[in-house]
Design a protein around this ligand. Structure first.
Ligand code: 6PG
Length: 473
């Protein structure tokens, strides 16, 4: 469907940090952008500060004028808080739209809400796209990773703009149309789950070096900076190395030493966990990371508990730097393996046909979890892995074989030294579970049948059976 001649190529509603950065990125790539904001005075300020990009921007203060300023079929990107504000905006703007117009939600939205909104808008000939945007303000302005879910019609309108503004990896735009309705927001949610896990495991290694190794922030940051040159190379190692080597201008102390150890969370990691449990999947490393954020909020309790709690630590050697590096690397592989398994389960459940190789590719640049591993993951997924199990890929099996010993030694040392490693140990426990052909769930089935007559499968015969149980004498 060709656009009408007059009007902006796209509308951006919401001129907060991310919305204004995306609007400038679009204008920087030659697109005409109409902008609007609930607080209308932000519009004037935004245009005034846009400098040479201002001619590409049409500032509007009323919703009607905003909609009229956009060429049809319209693409309107909303960068506003998820939840009710999005529903309120849909209600306000829908009467002003024409058949074939698209609303794009670029926030961190619950994919269930995106599926609901998409179905509701389709009834009136309108389209709703859920687009995951990753990379923070820097990414939004100079190259995000974009995870798009919605109709082919909407993608046809959005594609040239999304590909222009997205981060590039070897000239490949880090954006893809991943499937209908909530597919894009679901992939972003899992991205954030992996992000939580990676951040947590980095923090756990920092904890080993600080609390058991007695090292200072700057020293640990320098080690992370060296790791940035190796297989752990990634945005989160780079950020962590820089943060650890930063100094507080007010006290002259390492910046991280004056920050209260209570982690915030807007909730995307938690959503990953909820959806994993609903799909019968284990996202144990992500779960550990979400849990650790929750535990960190119990600061006062921990301050009370510290002098009262016996540690029972054993005097064992600290793992070497190489073991810590390899433990982080294999923990990262296993966390991604859990994330991709979840994506595979959701793809089957919601009939999205998610392309795991392409998802790996669009995470290679722009997004928060970008790392040197993602190109290898893409190659691994091209080898058509059963049920999306990354750990069954020959290349990944080799990587894990080379480093799982280090993870085992680090987790063992953490246990003995009394340093909590919830995410690293969850990764190892998941791996040890998945690599064992005969687990212990036979006893779970026996217990369930013993007290609840729930029945079980036998290993030697098809069908459902009950046990010949003899109560204790
Ligand atoms: C991204 C980030 C971003 C998210 C922040 C904060 O991909 O750019 O994931 O979308 O808002 O990471 O998220 P939390 O508050 O959940 O840590």
């Amino acid at each position: 469907m060709n656009k009408t001649k007059s009007g902006a190529d796209i509308g951006v509603y919401g001129l907060g940090t991310m919305g204004s950065a995306l609007a400038l990125n679009l204008a920087d790539h030659g697109f005409e952008v109409a902008v609007c904001n609930r607080e209308s005075d932000w519009v004037t300020a935004f245009i005034d500060e846009a400098g040479p990009l201002a001619p590409k921007l049409t500032g509007t203060k009323a919703l009607e004028d905003f909609v009229k300023a956009i060429a049809q079929p319209r693409s309107i990107l909303f960068m506003i808080p998820s939840g009710e504000p999005m529903d309120e905006m849909i209600e306000a703007i829908t009467p002003l739209l024409s058949e074939g117009d698209t609303i794009i939600d670029g926030g961190n939205a619950d994919f269930n809400a995106t599926r609901r909104r998409s179905a509701a808008m389709a009834e009136s000939g309108l389209h709703f796209v859920g687009m995951g945007v990753s990379g923070g303000e820097e990414g939004a302005r100079h190259g995000p990773s974009l995870m798009v879910g919605g109709s082919d019609h909407s993608w046809q309108q959005l594609r040239p703009m999304a590909e222009a503004i997205a981060a590039k990896f070897e000239n490949d735009p880090c954006v893809a149309h991943l499937g209908p309705d909530g597919a894009g927001h679901f992939v972003k949610t899992v991205h954030n789950g992996i992000e939580y896990a990676d951040m947590q495991m980095i923090a756990e290694v920092y904890g080993m070096l600080r609390d058991a190794g007695g090292q200072g922030a700057h020293e640990i940051g320098a080690l992370f900076e060296r790791w940035q040159e190796g297989p752990l190379s990634s945005y989160l190692i780079e950020v962590s190395a820089a943060a650890l080597q930063s100094t507080d201008s007010r006290t002259g102390k390492p910046m991280v030493d004056v920050i209260r150890d209570q982690a915030g969370q807007k909730g995307t990691g938690r959503w990953t966990l909820i959806e994993a449990l609903k799909l019968g999947q284990s996202a144990s490393t992500i779960e550990a990371a979400v849990g650790a954020r929750g535990w960190s909020s119990e600061k006062d309790t921990r301050l009370m508990a510290e002098p009262l709690s016996a540690a029972g630590v054993q005097d064992v050697d600290m793992p070497g730097d190489d073991d810590l590096e390899m433990a982080l690397l294999v923990g990262r592989i296993l966390a991604h393996a859990q994330g991709f398994r979840l994506l595979s389960a959701a793809s089957e459940e919601f009939e999205w046909s998610l392309d795991m190789a392409r998802i790996s590719e669009i995470w290679r640049a722009g997004c928060i979890i970008r790392s040197a591993l993602l190109d290898d993951f893409a190659d691994a997924f091209r080898s058509d892995l059963p049920a999306g199990h990354l750990i069954l890929a020959p290349t990944m099996r080799a990587r894990v074989a080379d480093s799982i010993g280090a993870l085992r030694r680090v987790v063992a040392a953490g246990v003995s030294l009394g340093v909590a490693l919830p995410a690293l140990s969850a990764s190892l426990a998941w791996y040890d579970t998945m690599r064992r052909g005969r687990g212990t769930a036979n006893l779970i089935q026996a217990q369930r049948d013993f007290f609840g007559a729930h029945g079980f499968d036998r290993v030697d015969e098809e069908g459902k059976f009950h046990g010949d149980w003899n109560a204790l004498p």
